[in-house]
Write a protein that binds this ligand. Sequence first.
Ligand code: GLV
Ligand code: MN
Ligand code: MN
Length: 412
Amino acid sequence: MSILSVNGERLLNRIRALGETGRDSDGRLSRIAASDADKVGRDRLVDWFRDANLEIVVDRIGNIFGVWRDAGNIEKAPVLIGSHIDTVIDAGIYDGCYGVLSGLEAIQTLREAGITPARPIAVAAFTNEEGVRYAPDMMGSLVYAGGLSVEQALATIGTDGSVLGEELHRIGYAGTHEPGFSRPHAYVELHVEQGPVLERNRIPIGAVENLQGISWQRVTIDGVANHAGTTPMSMRHDAGHAAARVITFLRDRATASNTPTVATVGCIAFEPNAINVIPSRASFTVDLRDPDAERLRAEEAALEGYLQDLAAAEGVTISTGRLARFEPVTFDTGIVQAIEQAAAGRGLASRRMTSGAGHDAQMIARIAPAAMIFVPSVGGISHNPLEFTAGADLVAGANVLLDVIQALAAAD
Ligand code: GLV
Ligand code: MN
Ligand code: MN
């Protein structure tokens, strides 16, 4: 019996085509959630779902589902495949899109082969996974899983002052279904690793068994604006300098820790932001991550202690606000094993691993057994236009997804 395989060329062509949508005037891929660019990508995806005869469902938070309704007994809970198509600023073309388009490809492959699974299969593109414009990240899947009310999410104010609900309405993706309308039997997400582990070890498939905790905060430091030329160094209350000290504290601590802790300051703004004025205010973000819940809490506490000491030492005021906080997640052992078996069945080596990035799977894991499949990222580069995964690796991952969903859709 020949083993069923996805149409690799169709998958790769769609990944490239989606990667061309939503580019800015400088050619950068910036399909930020609920933007005009996101609309172009969504419209393209919906066209492909329609071409594949999937029923389109959009929920109130703008999550898009392509449902293979006649796949099996519609009374049964569906197997859900998902990820996202929103991007960061100046993104690569694989992050999220690969998982959604592979889900579509796997469904189309089963359908074209005349296979009728025992239960429905659906593919989802969740709203605002990246969290660049609206915090928290993984918002669409979080709302779907009941972790945030849809009203609260729709009222979120973006970094540009926009309101998410108004933007979804404006781009035509404020749907009517209540998020969580269908509780999946199982959830699988295929994604590029976005890190160096698989490539370094020459392993084509990652069976992702857990995902690290994520802590996002905004830190605001208020000092005193004064003249850059006349104010002696000893008389300054420099918010910019205090911010720089926090950045180096975080990096030095994480580097010296000998643990997987990672710390990043990705956004910063000074006021009044003038060359000859000591900054009166510095506002920046802190992204802290760790697979161990206790250690993540300890890192947050260490930062809090440092900020208190710094405020006293520099004569500045420091306040913090939470933007996102997610505990580490352990995925479903049965699905992780199904991924390993599927890889082995295709002669592909696999290894169990931890996800460093946040994913929609960590939210859907609250309401359904879930796990993820990773494929190698060249150079471990992501959130960067240089993000790349070889076509053969992408197709291999999609074939593993195909086998896993077939097994899950057949199970009772
Ligand atoms: C999502 O891409 C995240 O891990 O920040
Ligand atoms: Mn992603
Ligand atoms: Mn991402």
